[in-house]
Write a protein of this length. Structure first.
Length: 485
């Protein structure tokens, strides 16, 4: 310690060490000696970064931890391949190219030519590789940048194809639907990241609609929705299994309705006015005739709002009450109308209750541009967001409209076209994770985790609830899936 200078320049010393390693090719020599000795291979999986941007603190921190692991493996008699890799496909690249070329619609890419579009994407994916190399090398991390790989390399894509083929041979691949944010202007689904880029305050219609019980004439369930255009596709209602529900007589309308007890104000808004509302006023408005717990209502059948799908395959399972804990009483009536083609929870709940079947068709009368198809002739060719008024009029004429209001709320818009998004079931290819979930959970128990609480906590919780994995994307710049139908 006595030989240390009084003021050590740590940064300069680090640079000198990096220069020495480079001049003596220390990393290459260590790797070569390890191969000559026939050291046991230590396989290290490292997710490659995008090279369309510069490294940030998160990359630096994770890279340092990774370097510690691989160096320790080398020092304990193992050989470790450490090739630099680059993630070349996906949204970040397409997003940048679309901004550069002023692309706002999927058809513009098709007019340009997918080959030309992809060539443009290919041209930017390695833009910052030298900056990455300088930063990683300066950190003292040993990585082979001369023998790097790219996810757009045919050899890499072929390795993905091999994995997919093995899963396919094991009958772990199927085609189904995934409900995703969808741009009707661009005719393409968006990622959740994209859906969160452009929120706006909008004013939408909010309606309460009645659903008459089949086995109790004169009594109806009531459900509230801000998307009346989804009502033609309604095939179920959902209640909370533990919530308290009541059957009331609406004295003014002379009709009987079932809804959550805590959501009476949806039908009688004066109950929300603390200054005007007095409990004794209830006798003038309604009478509670029966009380239920949500689970007691499950299985009850009701008459659909529209009859467009009465004769479709599987319709014998439609138009009944289901239950799920995602239902809340912070808005609406405590009863949620289910249109599984246009809601992620709707799809999940209807699938769990076998109203729809995995991999089978479901009522989805909306085309890729958001127009109603001939399955709903009353609004055929009309965009869903413009069909609300017509559908509300039809509901009113059938005597099923209980209440109509307008709601101001924040709503997602497409960042490309600046048009409202919808949620829509999109055909996707899935891996049957649920079928092998128990095996995955058992394998996780055999895995050594640092820290151990990740193994038993967050990761375990994620695995036990893991759902089938939608691996396909409706994009242009990516690895094609080798399936021909």
């Amino acid at each position: 310690m006595a030989n240390l200078p009084p003021a050590l320049d740590f940064a300069k010393t680090e640079e000198e060490i990096c220069d020495k390693w480079a001049a003596e090719e220390t990393f290459k020599k260590q790797d070569s000696l390890s191969l000559d000795r026939g050291d046991e291979e230590f396989t290290f999986y490292d997710g490659p970064p995008f090279a369309t941007g510069l490294p940030h603190y998160g990359h630096i921190l994770a890279g340092t931890i990774k370097d510690v692991v691989t160096r320790y493996a080398c020092q304990t008699g193992h050989h470790v391949s450490r090739r630099a890799g680059w993630d070349c496909h996906g949204l970040p690249v397409e997003y940048e190219i679309d901004q550069k070329l002023g692309i706002t619609h999927r058809d513009q890419v098709l007019e340009m030519g997918v080959d030309k579009y992809n060539d443009t994407c290919r041209g930017i994916v390695t833009r910052y590789t030298k900056e990455w190399e300088r930063t990683v090398t300066r950190l003292g991390r040993w990585v082979d940048f001369e023998n790097d790989y790219k996810t757009m390399d045919p050899t890499f894509m072929e390795s993905v194809w091999w994995v997919f083929r093995e899963l396919f041979k094991k009958d772990l691949v199927y085609q189904g639907y995934k409900v995703m944010p969808y741009s009707t202007a661009c005719g393409t689904p968006l990622s959740n990241f994209e859906a969160g880029l452009n929120y706006k305050d909008v004013r939408d219609p909010a309606v309460v609609v009645s659903f008459p019980l089949k086995d109790e004439e004169g009594t109806s369930f009531v459900a509230w929705t801000t998307t009346p255009w989804t009502l033609p596709s309604n095939i179920a209602l959902c209640v909370h299994p533990a919530m308290e529900y009541v059957k009331i007589l609406d004295k003014k309308a002379d009709k009987r309705y079932i809804l959550a007890k805590s959501r009476m104000a949806q039908l009688f808004p004066i109950m929300n006015n603390k200054k005007k509302w007095k409990p004794k006023m209830a006798d003038e408005l309604f009478a509670i005739e029966a009380t239920y717990v949500g689970k007691d209502l499950v299985g009850k059948r009701y008459a659909p709002v529209f009859n467009y799908f009465e004769s479709t395959e599987g319709s014998e399972e439609y138009w009944r009450v289901l239950s799920d804990t995602y239902v809340t009483d912070d808005a609406g009536t405590g009863i949620v109308h289910q249109a599984p083609a246009f809601g992620e929870d709707d799809y999940r709940v209807c699938l769990a209750h076998k109203v729809i079947q995995k991999g089978k068709d479901l009522p989805c009368p909306v085309d890729s541009n958001g127009m109603f198809t001939d399955e709903v002739p009353d609004v055929k060719g009309i965009h869903v967001k413009k069909a609300d008024d017509t559908l509300i009029k039809l509901i009113k004429e059938s005597g099923r409209l209980v209440k109509k209001d307008n709601l101001e709320h924040s709503y997602p818009f497409c960042w490309r076209s600046d048009t409202p998004l919808i949620y829509k079931a999109v055909p996707s290819w899935f891996i049957k994770v649920e079928e092998i979930r128990d095996k995955i959970v058992e394998n996780n128990k055999k895995t050594y985790w640092v820290p151990n609480q990740v193994k038993e906590g967050r990761f375990h919780s994620w695995l036990v609830d893991a759902r089938d994995w939608a691996v396909s994307r409706n994009r242009f710049w990516g690895t094609p899936i080798p399936i021909w139908c």
